[in-house]
Ligand binder design. Sequence first.
Ligand code: SF4
Ligand code: SF4
Length: 469
Amino acid sequence: MTTHDEENEEFRDSLATVDSKGKRVWVYPKKPNGRYYNYRKILSYFLLALLFVLPWLEWKGQPLFLLNILERKFILFGFYFPPQDFFLFVIGMLIFIVFIALFTVIYGRLFCGWICPQTIFMEMVFRRIEYFIEGDATAQIRLNKSSWTIEKWLKKGIKHLIFFMISVAIANTFLAYIIGKKAVLQLITEPILLHINGFIAMIIFSLVFYGVFAFLREQVCTTICPYGRLQGVLLDTKSLAVYYDFVRGEPRGKIRKNAPSDEVVKGDCIDCNLCVKVCPTGIDIRNGIQLECVNCTACMDACDEVMEKIDRPKGLIRIDSYQSITNDQHSKINNRSIAYSVVLVILIALEAFLLMTRSEVEVLILKTPGTLFYEAYNNRISNMYNYQLTNKTDEILNLEFRCSNMNQVEFEFIGSKPETIKQGQTEGVLLIKIPKELMDERKINLKIDVLVDEKVIDQVKTTFIGPIK
Ligand code: SF4
Ligand code: SF4
């Protein structure tokens, strides 16, 4: 028996896609077919439609999603998160990491095969185009080994041209999430020289995507992706993953039609190797769980087809846990999953509380650096301030300032009155004036109410400096 035999684990010493001399072994997976592949197609095309459509959607004239790192403007589901709310992002990221860890502990690496954009683009877009143009695995091998005929030039040329065009589309979508759809449309429709930086970024992204999907392929999952590397510590014997049922399958061997009656009854695996041929990472799942397995379930479809043909129950390769296969135990709960769940619930509660209590407008008033107070007309002392208004709503707000701990405090805006832009920041300068006779101290702490339609929406504190008495 080869599976889970601790003395026979040499396969773990090397990658299936690298030969003994360290050279890349190109994987030619056979085109998958079957129930799970059809489910994956539906889910993949739904997720692809979401990915391509979301950055173009707007809500009340603002993007529904924007992750503008350059201008530090983030909009999620129409909610604007200014840099001041960055801590909410950090907590959100922590929740995401704990969720992924928890998901992996229980459901294994299902995310990789079914939801990860790398796998979806590779298997459902680029690989399918390759099958369409060059044929199934054997035809592709034949084509690659053949000399450069017109047919080969044409097939390779068309394939790579389509690959590059799709990479450009992905790069533009990616940019639309970062700089917004308007900027991308300008980049596409206006002369290149007007947007040279954006154009260079778009070309670099396109080349990166093209390189990943045309050449790097499964190497991203097997050697580069950090999530893949984490599997060793996240999975345990109760985790669900794509498993070969070695209890049922071994000893493997071909079915012989006229076998003698005293021949040892073999397991269900007929050693047809189909599960290996369809694997996009080139591994043999019968060796047991491996880091390279992205849980794409292609081998499950292949083996189910074989089982159907030889009239044996499906599911020789299935989503299950090691413990379930060996002991028939189905519990997925362990101390680690309970601990992760508790942390996850606490983080979600904290994030929900912070989101619900976050103010819709934030005001910052700071004394203008390098300025001194001066005596203005009417016996008033005046100080100059810089203000910054952050409006997280999708409405234009007219703000009023009112001092709550002192009477007769005047606010004079230099230029126009502060009007906040939708989901953005406005900055300006204002003068605060106090009658000289009220200055009983050199330094006064002012509490300023920020009002919209006579309703206090924020409170800020600042200091006011006057002459020594
Ligand atoms: S497809 Fe199924 S029967 Fe064929 S080798 Fe793989 S596990 Fe064995
Ligand atoms: S072993 Fe099976 S599930 Fe894992 S990557 Fe290969 S085909 Fe996909």
